[in-house]
Write a protein that binds this ligand. Structure first.
Ligand code: SF4
Length: 348
């Protein structure tokens, strides 16, 4: 019987996901449905489903957005031609890209402009990798860490730089970094890797849990890269580690004869799902928070959305009527408003 759950802190929503979820919540409150979103707003099935119920249509091709309809671009970052097409065909285009992804896009453009050939370490087919490489497709090549550096071809005498998807496992990044330094002694790479604070903090937290847990559960969806990285970190620490989307996925047989279970969540997994998993485990001595570090990062809403909300506010104050801007309160109070509260508005 499980006596205790060790609960990772930090876990779950990062600042980029918070911003993206709150942004799309504003959109569904302000506009009549449907609101369009290019790619899943974040990689979590429950969040995506809730927004679909609230009137969002997720598309994989920007041409699927009817001309004039409001559209949001996902947190993972979009290719420049997608941003341009969305701006041209939509009356209201909000780009909810995470600022830490934008930083990598800038680096791809800057280094390509200086003539570097770029190793971009990322997962084949992942939205973030596709968007970043599209900034300079003639200069950046995808190297999937699961395959290795052999696929990278450099021109004779070229300068080589190394960049990465923000949500990789540290174990993936370190392996490629070591290989790349050996193969290209003059390699350019940032002093600090592109792995974001949320990725590294969550991986540090699960390593801490692994020291005291007999089984680890990671709440998150299958297509969430950082969730999969957490599962792998758990396995690498020698602890049986399972990914669950929610409480229903918990297999009783995993917990047979187990006393201590570690629980964490990927950066796009709602905390209510984590709480339900703990309720399902029902530890006899309750749960203990294992705090590794404090996070206070905050990313403001996208500038296009802030401008839109300011215009709406001015219209309302000027006596025009428009659809209610919703229950979220003034947009200036965004810092105090959480994505969990936003999701509650749409029923998650
Ligand atoms: S995981 Fe990191 S890069 Fe991705 S949205 Fe969150 S903070 Fe941004």
């Amino acid at each position: 019987m499980v006596t205790k759950v060790l609960l990772a802190d930090p876990r779950g929503f990062c600042a980029g996901v918070e911003m993206a979820i709150k942004s799309l919540t504003w959109m569904v409150q302000v506009f009549e449905p449907p609101v369009y979103c290019f790619h899943e707003i974040v990689h979590n099935g429950a969040v995506v489903h809730a927004f679909e119920e609230a009137g969002v249509i997720f598309v994989e091709d920007i041409d699927e957005v009817p001309v004039g309809r409001p559209v949001m671009l996902s947190a993972h970052g979009s290719a420049p031609d997608v941003v341009t097409a969305a701006t041209e065909r939509s009356a209201v285009m909000i780009d909810a890209v995470c600022p830490l992804v934008t930083k990598v896009h800038h680096e791809v453009r800057r280094l390509a402009g200086r003539g570097y050939e770029i190793i971009y370490v990322g997962h084949e087919g992942h939205d973030e990798a596709i968007g970043a490489i599209a900034e300079a497709p003639g200069s950046a090549q995808l190297v999937d860490p699961r395959i290795g550096l052999d696929t990278f071809v450099a021109s004779e005498g070229s300068q080589v730089a190394l960049l990465a998807q923000t949500t990789l496992g540290l174990y993936e990044w370190e392996g490629i970094l070591a290989d790349a330094r050996e193969r290209f002694p003059d390699l350019w790479t940032a002093r600090k890797s592109d792995l974001c604070y949320a990725t590294t903090n969550r991986q540090a937290a699960i390593q801490e849990l692994a020291l005291r847990s007999e089984v680890l559960l990671v709440v998150g969806s299958e297509n969430s890269s950082n969730t999969q990285a957490l599962v792998r970190v758990g396995h690498n620490a020698g602890v049986p580690t399972y990914r669950v989307d929610g409480a229903d996925d918990v297999d009783e047989s995993w917990l047979d004869g187990i006393e201590v279970v570690g629980v964490t969540a990927g950066a796009s997994a709602p905390d209510r799902r984590v709480q339900r998993v703990i309720e399902r485990i029902d530890p006899s001595e309750g749960s203990e928070l294992v705090k590794v570090t404090a996070e206070d990062e905050y990313f403001p809403l996208p500038p296009q959305l802030r401008r839109l909300m300011a215009s709406l506010q001015a219209l309302v104050e000027g006596g025009f009527s428009c659809r209610s801007p919703g229950q979220a309160g003034p947009v200036e109070n965004d810092r105090e408003f959480t994505a969990t509260e936003a999701l509650a508005i749409i029923g998650v």
